[in-house]
Design a protein around this ligand. Structure first.
Ligand SMILES: [Mn+2]
Length: 399
């Protein structure tokens, strides 16, 4: 086996990516939803879909869950755990929901009303309990909080409320739990967002305690922002918690990972593997997907996502660090850049196919999934269940 193939196989052994339960259900845009018969209806369906993705890709063993959508109040947690086990996956990051209820119209942890802030904190603390009950390591926090108009809010007052709420959430963690703090520059707030960029997420995480880290959602940046630099800095500060991967052309488009700019994902992966090569601990990074599968088949798009991620991770594993370092020290710009390009241009697919064969997987997960007939069967079964339960798909966004 060539040294290159060996390097790819080792890199793939260390790379898993978590799929989101919400990626399997019907979702849409601000303008409406386009429904799919095969879309998951229940948490059982979602775990079944996630299990299928893992069965064909071998690199998606866990599923991120949303508390209110997947674990409504009084649901049987053990039954969900049994279902996950049955489908060969485990529960991954726990995502509280502090943005959906009417109470949160003007925010959650940053709401001027102390009763709403308490309600949000209560829900997050309940989510930590769920995290312990499901043996998940990650509490994944995203807040829609912010304001839409100048003068609407006292920005610094809200920062203090956030610091307090996050500290209290962090206090409930134990052992090797990790609290992930996500940021986003805008949407749904269009003037200021309480946690608007990585610096704010970093400050709040540092103030919360040693188990808090920053979560980088690749779609949550301004155009042309250098995400790999943010990643490199967070790694160097031991503050990189994980990722929500998706791709975009304009804003938070939630498109398939790597579909618009695969070289950017490669550059992010390169910074991570370079840090690992330099001795940083990169084993605890949570690689997760946060996409909206509106148009493509949901399971197919998730499989495509996992395959794209593996391919770009494998390419990033091929960078010659010694050579790169020498060119950097001599300011040999073209040669240094070509070090990255050489790795990026390598066709890693045969090595990835070999990795799959060694694990008893089909070399082409998408082809194998299509041949399995799973989607046809799910569409028939779920359409019938929707009819029987009187679930109507067809409401528009504002009606
Ligand atoms: Mn996200």
């Amino acid at each position: 086996m060539s040294k290159q193939t060996d390097r790819i196989l080792k890199a793939l052994d260390q790379f898993n990516i978590e799929t989101p339960s919400w990626g399997y259900g019907d979702t849409g845009t601000r303008f409406g939803k386009f429904f799919q018969d095969a879309a998951a209806i229940t948490i059982d369906d979602k775990l079944s879909d996630a299990g299928i993705v893992h069965r064909f890709t071998g690199c998606c063993p866990s599923v991120a869950v949303h508390v209110l959508w997947d674990f409504p109040p009084k649901c049987d947690i053990n039954a969900v755990l049994r279902t996950a086990r049955k489908h060969g996956v485990r529960i991954g990051a726990i995502n509280p929901n502090v943005f959906q209820a009417q109470d949160y119209k003007f925010g959650s942890l940053g709401n001027p009303d102390p009763a709403v802030r308490r309600k949000a904190l209560r829900h997050i603390l309940d989510s930590v309990e769920l995290m312990h009950a499901t043996k998940s390591r990650f509490l994944s926090l995203w807040f829609a909080d912010g304001s839409c108009y100048p003068g609407q809010s006292d920005i610094v007052q809200r920062k203090e409320w956030f610091a307090e709420g996050l500290r209290k959430s962090h206090d409930k963690l134990r052992g090797n739990d990790i609290m992930l703090v996500e940021y986003k520059p805008f949407e749904p707030a269009f003037y200021h967002t309480d946690i608007g960029d990585w610096g704010m997420a970093y400050i709040l995480s540092r103030q919360s305690g040693k188990r808090a880290r920053v979560l980088v959602d690749t779609g949550h940046h301004y155009q042309s922002q250098n995400i790999e630099q943010i990643v490199a800095w967070l790694l160097d500060e031991n503050m990189l918690g994980g990722f929500h991967f998706n791709d975009r052309r304009y804003a938070d488009d939630d498109l398939t990972l790597g579909c618009i700019d695969p070289y950017q994902v490669f550059r992010i992966f390169h910074e991570i593997q370079l840090a690992g090569w330099k001795g940083k601990n990169i084993r605890d990074i949570a690689y997760m997907v946060d996409q909206c599968h509106n148009l493509k088949g949901k399971v197919e798009e998730t499989i495509q996502t996992a395959m794209n991620a593996q391919e770009l991770w494998a390419k990033a594993a091929l960078v010659d660090y010694d050579k790169l370092g020498r060119h950097q020290m001599r300011c040999e710009l073209i040669d240094a850049e070509n070090c990255l390009r050489a790795a990026f241009s390598t066709d890693v697919r045969p090595a990835i196919e070999l990795w799959r064969r060694k694990r008893g997987l089909h070399p082409d997960p998408l082809k194998a999934f299509r041949a399995s007939g799973y989607e046809r069967k799910a569409a028939k079964d779920r359409a019938a269940r929707r009819r029987a339960a009187g679930i109507v798909q067809g409401k528009s966004f504002a009606f």
